[in-house]
Design a protein around this ligand. Structure first.
Ligand SMILES: Nc1ncnc2c1ncn2[C@@H]1O[C@H](COP(=O)(O)OP(=O)(O)O)[C@@H](O)[C@H]1O
Ligand SMILES: [Mg+2]
Length: 262
């Protein structure tokens, strides 16, 4: 069997002087797979994603990317956060090209940088805004520019932390559809953090439910139904009910006698 693209083994982390934020985290992401980490706010999803990105040190365990230990950010892993984090003094084209301009090992020609950037801007439908500055973009457009920047090196793995949570419902739906369309062609693997059960059900091949304190993986679901998922509502509703039940179980672990969730 092929080695998974990403292997997370027995991972644990605490911030200085605090109790562990997550512990005993084990999961894999295979090539071309979309895995969602689903959980309530504060259960440690962002901390886990940052650790997996090599941005934060961990106390215990290991992260293997393509079978090798990962201790720092890797050029073959793209990142998208809730905040698009575009550089305001650069145009959309320059923002999308930014990771290529940082690439020191293989110097790309100006023509190559331009060609690659034009392609990703086309993928996300922003070619006519290539020369615009970020302050001219709507929230959805800014997030599309951030997606273009993350895809410009065609990473093997995209790590996404609540990438669509700040968007209105319609823009959010459009972004989810755009992501699915891109993945159908590019086939990047994705580890996406969300607190939205429906988003997880629409996008994922697998859902990992995270909860508890310290945060841990409570349960895993495979979502084998092909896209478009709207054609499989009946099966999805059953999984949704199961997720809700597990979520209330894990909240129950931390219920005070008066029923307040700690
Ligand atoms: N840089 C940090 N320093 C100290 N504590 C942090 C830091 N980042 C997150 N935390 C704490 O870790 C816990 C989990 O946070 P986070 O990973 O952001 O959860 P989630 O993304 O699931 O909402 C929270 O209690 C939060 O206050
Ligand atoms: Mg978070």
């Amino acid at each position: 069997m092929n080695t998974p693209l990403l292997q997370v083994n027995n991972l644990a982390k605490s911030y200085q002087g605090s109790r562990p934020v997550f512990a005993d985290i084990d999961f894999d992401v295979n090539a071309h797979e979309v895995v969602c980490l689903l959980g309530a706010s504060g259960c440690g999803k962002s901390s886990l994603l940052k650790a997996v990105a090599g941005l934060h040190p961990v106390d215990n365990g290991e992260i293997l990317f393509r079978g090798k230990p990962l201790h720092k950010p890797d050029a073959r892993i793209g990142l998208v956060f809730q905040d698009p984090c575009l550089l305001p003094w650069l145009t959309v084209q320059q923002n999308a090209a930014f990771p290529l301009t940082l690439q020191c090992e293989t110097k790309l020609s100006q023509t190559e940088v331009q060609a690659r950037t034009e392609t990703v801007l086309q993928w996300v439908g922003l070619q006519s805004f290539a020369d615009a500055y970020p302050d001219r973009l709507s929230g959805g457009m800014a997030q599309r520019a951030a997606l273009a920047r993350a895809l410009v090196k065609n990473p093997d793995l995209l790590l996404m932390d609540e990438p669509f949570s700040a968007l209105d419902a319609i823009t959010r739906f459009n972004m989810q559809q755009l992501l699915l369309k891109l993945l159908a062609h590019r086939r990047n693997a994705v580890l996406l953090v969300t607190h939205d059960i429906d988003e997880a059900l629409i996008l994922s091949d697998r859902i990992l439910l995270m909860g508890g304190s310290p945060g841990h993986i409570v349960h895993e679901w495979r979502i084998p139904m092909p896209q478009p998922r709207a054609k499989h509502l009946h099966e999805l509703i059953e999984i949704r009910m199961d997720i809700l039940e597990r979520l209330s179980d894990v909240a129950g672990e931390h219920l005070l006698p008066n029923g307040v969730v700690t």
